[in-house]
Design a protein around this ligand. Structure first.
Ligand code: 5AD
Length: 344
């Protein structure tokens, strides 16, 4: 093992933080030994809090209608080829009912920024889910909203909010998003969510276009400071009808390395092995868990809309990714020495 790298890995374990320059060095010079060393420690750290348990969340993709035009995303507003849909209140409740029957205790309502989901409608949906399933958590992942809106959703009973920061570098953010979107507003939303008492999730793509090692170091630095309760990271995967269609996908190996580092920086964080990881590698989910992830989010959306929530090409929605195949998923998780639990 390269001496510097060895020292940095030990420093990370001891202090749970590094400078941005050190993170960049660690990422840039990682070798298989360091990766394995950090992976083993990440797994130990996850076991201190979560044992060998893997938490499941039922993902309900409520709408692929979006007012934003993020350059990487397949449901960006200018993709006129995307077939748009939106679930009604009834359909969302019915998906939750199915999910509850399958053993899910957290429902994640995720969607594009679709103005149809007014505060009133969302409050009604959240209240009904929480009333019917008081033992469940509701997680929202509906993009940027105003502070008042967040406050109302929180008051209605929503427990968690996922809003990936996408990149912690302002300049990089500008290259991934249209000019009307702002890095400042995204970060402001994240701070507000935390202040309002949401368990808050940040996160970023690995290998997004123009991303440098320094950018990734800034993402890690941001996580270290913000200490989110959840963190979603997955490889970038191109979508054929976006401006980034010709870019390469991110690396599964680097994503897993970063999962280990994040577990060390934020020991108790809820860290999913994401769909994107499973999409790029048939064993991606398992690799993610073996690197320190402790959450999987099977798809609970109604079957007829699943293929329409296409953020990137090839996005998995069948097999162990589908909520109704929970038995498959359980088996696969057990095979690697872990256990799916029904906890919120
Ligand atoms: N590849 C990988 N992840 C993507 N996302 C959006 N588009 C892509 C893509 N092409 C991620 C974003 C977003 C989350 C819901 O999905 O990080 O926050």
């Amino acid at each position: 093992m390269d001496n510097n790298i060895n020292e940095l890995a030990c420093k990370l374990l001891e202090t749970r933080k590094l400078t941005a320059e050190e993170y960049a060095y660690l990422i840039e010079h990682r070798d298989s030994e360091t990766t394995e060393f950090l992976r083993e420690h990440a797994v130990c750290i996850r076991k201190e809090t979560y044992g060998n348990e893997v938490l499941i969340r039922g993902l309900i993709e409520v709408s692929n209608i979006c007012k934003n035009d993020c350059l990487y995303c397949g449901i960006r507003k200018s993709n006129w080829r995307a077939e748009r849909y939106r679930l009604s209140e009834k359909e969302i409740l019915s998906a939750a009912e199915t999910g509850y029957g399958l053993g899910f205790k957290t429902f994640v309502l995720q969607g594009g920024e679709d103005a149809w989901y007014t505060d009133e409608r969302l409050e009604r949906i959240i209240r009904q889910i929480k009333k019917k399933y008081p033992d469940c958590a509701v997680t929202l992942s509906l993009g940027e909203r105003g502070r008042e809106s967040f406050q109302r959703l929180r008051a209605a009973g929503a427990d968690r909010y996922l809003l990936r920061h996408e990149t912690a570098d302002r300049e990089h953010y500008r290259k991934l998003h249209p000019p009307e979107m702002s890095f400042e507003h995204r970060m402001e939303c994240l701070r507000e969510l935390k202040e309002l008492g949401f368990q808050t999730g940040a996160g970023f793509m690995v290998g997004s276009p123009f991303q440098t090692t320094e950018n990734l170091a800034m993402d890690l630095k941001f996580l270290e400071e913000f200490q989110p309760e959840m963190c979603g990271i997955g490889p970038f995967i191109p979508h054929h009808d976006t401006p980034f269609s010709e870019y390469n996908a991110g690396s599964v190996e680097l994503t897993c390395f970063l999962l280990s580092v994040i577990r060390i920086i934020c020991p108790k964080v809820l860290l999913p092995a994401t769909t994107a990881l499973g999409t790029l590698d048939p064993e991606g989910r398992e690799k993610g868990i073996l690197s320190g992830a402790n959450v999987v989010m099977p798809n609970l959306s109604p079957a007829n809309v699943r293929s329409k929530y296409l953020l990137y090409d090839g996005k998995l929605a069948a097999g162990a990714e589908a909520a109704e195949n929970l038995a498959d998923l359980k088996q696969r998780i057990e095979k690697i020495g872990y256990k799916v639990v029904e906890k919120k």
